[in-house]
Ligand binder design. Structure first.
Ligand SMILES: Cc1cc2nc3c(=O)[nH]c(=O)nc-3n(C[C@H](O)[C@H](O)[C@H](O)COP(=O)(O)OP(=O)(O)OC[C@H]3O[C@@H](n4cnc5c(N)ncnc54)[C@H](O)[C@@H]3O)c2cc1C
Length: 517
């Protein structure tokens, strides 16, 4: 733990380095609060690097009658596509319709029309079966009557969190990974006045003082603040994905599948050159102390849906390159099937401690606003919380000296990394300005991220700063020596440490990201 960074009184301590904590950190720093963010593991280690990577209104919420949640999500999506271009990009979804299936054409049409009205633009269209199969040639045509196309948006979730943290740190905030909040300190009247922190690896501790604390620890929130509502608790619901190489099913739009057994919606989504198949939604159980991983049953369940829709593709579970599992922090009264649980967030206030959990990636700014508004009475000065500034520094034109780099790659780099994108390209060897096979990640991305983004372990770099550990065969094992050569100057590790890091990364990948069976 860097103790020097912790001196003095903090206006605000944000606990949890997922999207909720990072969004609050961004807005708190922007309004001038002296803010510290602490994350027990790596930034975005929790659910926020394990989502379906959609910035979406959530058609399902509309179906459940949650109009306000859908409206807020659609409006946020529209803003984010503009303000975070290159990071958050539109993606089309195709919904095949089959004879006798529910929802039918007109119900879906009504839902998509409302979705478009909320966005203030018409994005959806209907296609007959012949047109639909031209767009998705390998779709099961048995009983196919046509289908719809609509628009949502896609993100790299871990990068969204990291960029929020980076820009907040550049604006004066302090963020530490591998630092856990182990106790909330209160004065005699119960008012919060500090936090005891512990370095997750060395176990060094340090107590700091703070005017207010926001608990943004997602699934783990009740460990720091038990629910004040007797019948409302966090219900950890696991969702898993399988990742396949993109060439197996060449599609450039996502496809909505309805599982043949329980009629739940699943998606197959092109992502970073690969295909993401997901997701499940089931009780994870109460042991949230270890990292989530996919089970054989979940993999089999998802393969059933894929095979039903693409019987001629011949895609098998063995073709998958990796898996990803996360746990949703869903607030529950415990009496509904998982997929029918509300996805709305809560804010609990307790004498200077504000707990916020249950939100989605998409609505992170709404959560930030509500959490900071709840914390305002405890903060110094007259804290006025607004969320109307653009979330990121806008992407500038392709600089002249970057000639040779195509505008789309520049847009992607700037979207993910902000200002350092320029340094990344100018400082790179020309042979490193090419993508790592099977991904959109350039070799040149690695050394700068290794140097500037608090990478403590190789898994931080492979699984979250870039996602090549999920996008390449065997977690990218074949690339590890080249990655070492590229990043040796950025990371202060000797050869023995590199060997340990490589070994531990591979073992970790086998345990949590390999394909079951
Ligand atoms: C399978 C799946 C798919 C999803 N798909 C989407 C989607 O497509 N779009 C969407 O909008 N939403 C989606 N979601 C929901 C969304 O991902 C989550 O709601 C969101 O990421 C939760 O973010 P968070 O910051 O609250 O929690 P987390 O990301 O889990 O962050 C909490 C952090 O707190 C840290 N922490 C815990 N205890 C402590 C402590 N004592 N001290 C310090 N740090 C601590 C944890 O290590 C963790 O990193 C999906 C969720 C799942 C599971």
């Amino acid at each position: 733990m860097n103790l020097d960074k912790l001196a003095g009184n903090w206006d605000l301590v944000v606990i949890g380095g997922g999207i909720t904590g990072a969004g609050i950190f961004r807005e708190a720093v922007r309004i001038g609060l002296k803010t510290l963010l602490v994350e027990k593991n790596d930034f975005a280690w929790g659910t926020s690097s394990r989502s379906s990577k959609l910035i979406h209104g959530g058609l399902r919420y509309l179906k459940d009658g949650r109009l306000l949640l859908t409206y807020d999500s659609v409006r946020q999506r529209q803003r984010l596509m503009k303000e975070a271009a290159g990071m958050i990009e539109p993606i089309n979804f195709m919904v095949p319709l089959y004879k006798g299936a529910s929802p039918g054409r007109w119900t879906l049409k009504a839902g998509l029309s409302i979705y478009d009205v909320m966005a203030g633009a018409k994005y959806h269209s209907h296609y007959n079966a012949r047109q639909f199969t031209r767009m998705i040639p390998r779709i099961n045509q048995n009983g196919l009557t046509g289908g719809f196309r609509f628009m949502d948006a896609q993100v790299d979730d871990a990068r969204l969190v990291q960029r929020l943290i980076n820009e907040s740190a550049a604006a004066g905030g302090t963020a530490l990974n591998y630092t856990a909040a182990v106790e909330i300190i209160r004065n005699r009247s119960g008012r919060v006045n500090g936090v005891r922190l512990e370095d997750s690896e060395t176990r060094d501790t340090r107590t700091i003082t703070a005017s207010a604390v926001i608990n943004a620890t997602g699934t783990w929130a009740e460990q720091l603040h038990p629910s004040p509502q007797k019948d409302l608790h966090i219900r950890p619901l696991r969702g898993s994905h399988l990742i396949f190489p993109g060439w197996l099913l060449p599609i450039n739009q996502a496809i909505t599948l309805t599982h043949p057994a329980d009629k739940r919606p699943l998606f197959i989504i092109p992502w970073e050159g690969a295909l993401l198949l997901g997701t499940t939604d089931l009780d994870h159980g109460n042991d949230i102390s270890t990292e989530a991983k996919i089970t054989k049953e979940e993999a089999r369940y998802m393969m059933e849906a894929l095979t039903a829709y693409f019987p001629s593709s011949g895609i098998r579970l063995e073709d998958a390159i990796s898996s990803l599992a996360g746990v949703r922090p869903v607030l529950s009264k415990g009496n509904r099937p998982p997929s029918q649980e509300s996805r709305e967030f809560i804010v609990w206030i307790n004498k200077g401690l504000v707990t916020v959990t249950g939100g989605k990636l998409t609505t992170f700014r709404t959560l930030a606003k509500d959490a900071l508004t709840a914390a305002a009475p405890y903060l110094p000065g007259k804290t006025k919380v607004k969320i109307d500034e653009p979330v990121f520094v806008p992407t500038p034109q392709l600089p002249k000296q970057l000639n040779g780099l195509d505008p789309l790659t520049w847009r992607r780099l700037y979207g993910r990394y902000g200002k350092i994108a320029e340094e990344m390209v100018i400082g790179a060897n020309i042979k490193d300005l090419v993508p790592i096979t099977g991904t959109h990640t350039l070799w040149a991305e690695l050394p700068l991220l290794a140097r500037t983004e608090q990478v403590r372990h190789l898994s931080d770099l492979m699984l979250r700063r870039v996602r090549i550990g999920l996008l390449t065969q065997d977690g990218g094992r074949e690339f590890l020596d080249r990655i070492q050569a590229l990043c040796e100057k950025s990371l202060p590790w000797d050869q023995a440490r590199w060997e340990v890091e490589k070994q531990e990364y591979i073992e970790h990948w086998e345990s949590f990201h390999s394909v079951p069976g």
